[in-house]
Design a protein around this ligand. Structure first.
Ligand SMILES: [Zn+2]
Length: 200
C-alpha cells in the first residue's frame, strides 16, 4: 500500500492527485484501489524527478515530496540555484498544507492566540493548499536566521519567470515564500483543485 501523504485527509489527497493527472476516480474521500494506484504513480514520478535533479537535506526532501510534480521540479531547480549563491544554509521548510493545517496556522495570532499573525490565508486561500508553494528557511549553525536581506538575496538568486515571490506582494510581504505562477486568480485555482482539474 502506498503512503498516506496528507494525514487522514483522503479527499484532499484525491484532489491533489487528480489535479496532477494521477487519479481518475471520484472525489469521494474513500481510499480505494484507484487512490492507491494514483499514489503509487505519484511516488514513482517523484522518484524520477529526484533522480534527475538531485536530493537535498531531509527537511527539504520531506517538504518537496508533498508538492505537485511540476512544483517539485521547480523547487529542486530553485534550491540548487540559491544554494550555489553562497548565502547560507538554505532549506525548504514547508510545502503542501491541507485546509485543516492552513486553518490551524491562520488561528495563530488571532482569536486570543499568542502573536504573531503568520498568514492572511485560511484553508483554500493559499497556494500551499494546492501543492504549488514552498517556504525556505536560511540557517546558520542550525539556527533560523530572520534577516530580510538574506531572503532578498535568495530571491534574486533563484527567481525565474515561472516562480513568484512573497516578498513582491503589496500587503503582507512573505519573504520566505515562493510559488509557481499559474496566471490565474487564486479563487479559480482553488475551484480547479477542488474539482481535480489541472492548474499548472
Ligand atoms: Zn509560504
Amino acid at each position: 500500500m502506498s503512503m498516506i501523504l496528507f494525514g487522514n485527509d483522503v479527499l484532499f489527497q484525491q484532489r491533489f492527485l487528480k489535479a496532477a493527472g494521477f487519479y481518475t476516480g471520484d472525489l469521494d474521500g474513500d481510499w480505494g484501489p484507484l487512490t492507491d494506484g494514483a499514489m503509487t504513480s505519484f511516488e514513482k514520478q517523484s522518484r524520477e524527478i529526484t533522480a534527475a535533479l538531485g536530493t537535498f537535506d531531509s527537511l527539504s526532501e520531506r517538504s518537496i515530496l508533498t508538492l505537485n510534480p511540476k512544483a517539485q521540479e521547480a523547487a529542486r531547480a530553485f534550491l540548487k540555484k540559491v544554494r550555489a549563491a553562497d548565502i547560507g544554509d538554505i532549506r525548504i521548510v514547508s510545502g503542501t498544507r491541507t485546509y485543516a493545517e492552513q486553518n490551524a496556522l491562520y488561528r495563530k495570532g488571532r482569536f486570543g492566540n499568542p502573536p504573531p499573525v503568520v498568514t492572511k490565508a485560511k484553508g483554500g486561500q493559499s497556494n500551499h493548499n494546492f501543492g504549488i508553494a514552498w517556504d525556505i528557511g536560511i540557517f546558520q549553525n542550525g539556527q533560523y536566521l530572520d534577516k530580510p536581506d538574506l531572503y532578498e538575496r535568495a530571491a534574486r538568486a533563484g527567481l525565474v519567470d515561472s516562480i513568484e515571490w512573497g516578498g513582491d506582494w503589496k500587503s503582507f510581504k512573505d519573504l520566505p515564500h515562493f510559488q509557481l505562477a499559474t496566471g490565474n486568480p487564486i479563487k479559480l485555482v482553488c475551484a480547479k483543485f477542488e474539482n481535480g482539474q489541472a492548474y499548472v
